[in-house]
Design a protein around this ligand. Structure first.
Ligand SMILES: C[S@@+](CC[C@H](N)C(=O)[O-])C[C@H]1O[C@@H](n2cnc3c(N)ncnc32)[C@H](O)[C@@H]1O
Length: 268
């Protein structure tokens, strides 16, 4: 099936511009810290962060004095990344770019990475081709991708039942499976290491988490708009039951350890 990737990308860009992803992203900064540590980024390296949002992976790389370029297709999020860098007193460059068509030369970067970002672009082959193209041979590629069995996988399935994804587009969370990552990056990388990790999400309650996502997380905000008033209760119920099913505490708060696949490889 032929997919109009530009049309899907345009629609998704509007979705990620809703709310303020930065409010969610700031709670996930550990994933960027962890990936940058695994990538062993040094101060003399040129680092590209793709679909960087408000800079969760860019900032720890900048704190290592690397030459970091944060890219995303939502300029407001890059502006947040710049403000965070300024608050930390570190240097970070930003540039608007689509993960599927990076405006950079072949081999321009020593490290190319993306935390829970590039996985959302609809043309997965284009993303892998571009990540590999702009990384120099011997450089490192790093990703952190939500897994299909994670809370986020369940959230997107709950949304997808009501707001069907574009036909022919693979779900983003397949980037969280070792098989799919091997298909997409296996030929272009050697020493591909894939590790399942968890990121701790802690909220005052399941209801508070739902309200937070409705307010700030574009894909959830867009889903509520799409289902309208008549579909609201049903979607709320299913998302609450997703949170409840992943909750590891019974003290009334919400504690979920959300699984993701961390990928680190050397560009062949
Ligand atoms: C869940 S957020 C992750 C942001 C950040 N990397 C982090 O770790 O918090 C997903 C990000 O991917 C960006 N994004 C999704 N598809 C993209 C594309 N095709 N090109 C550039 N950015 C994209 C969104 O704008 C959003 O900032």
């Amino acid at each position: 099936m032929s997919v109009d990737y530009s049309a899907v990308t345009e629609r998704q860009q509007k979705v990620w511009s809703l709310g303020d992803y930065g409010r969610v992203g700031s709670l996930l900064s550990w994933m960027g810290e962890c990936l940058v540590q695994q990538l062993d980024i040094h101060s003399d390296e040129r680092v590209l962060d793709i679909a960087a949002g408000n800079g969760n992976a860019s900032l720890p790389a900048a704190r290592r004095f690397a030459d970091v370029l944060a890219t995303d297709y939502v300029p407001e999020l890059l502006a947040e990344a710049e403000r965070r860098a300024e608050a930390d007193g570190v240097v970070l460059r930003t540039q608007v770019a689509d993960a599927q068509a990076l405006p950079f030369a072949a081999g321009e970067f020593d490290v190319v990475m993306s935390t829970i970002g590039a996985m959302f672009a609809p043309d997965q082959q284009a993303v892998s081709r571009e990540m590999l193209r702009v990384c120099r041979p011997g450089g490192r590629i790093g990703m952190a991708n939500w897994t299909p069995d994670s809370t986020v996988g369940d959230m997107f399935r709950a949304v997808g039942k009501r707001v069907p994804p574009p036909p022919g587009v693979q779900p983003a969370v397949v980037w969280g499976s070792k098989e799919r990552v091997t298909e997409l990056l296996g030929e272009g990388c050697r020493d591909l290491r894939m590790t399942r990790r968890t990121c701790a999400w802690r909220y005052p309650s399941a209801a508070a988490c739902l309200a937070y996502f409705q307010a700030w997380y574009g894909p959830v905000a867009a889903a509520f708009t799409a289902v309208g008033e008549e579909g609201r209760g049903d979607l709320e119920d299913e998302l609450l039951s997703v949170f409840d099913s992943h909750n590891t505490t019974d003290d009334g708060t919400l504690a979920m350890d959300v699984t993701y696949l961390e990928v680190v490889g050397v560009r062949a």
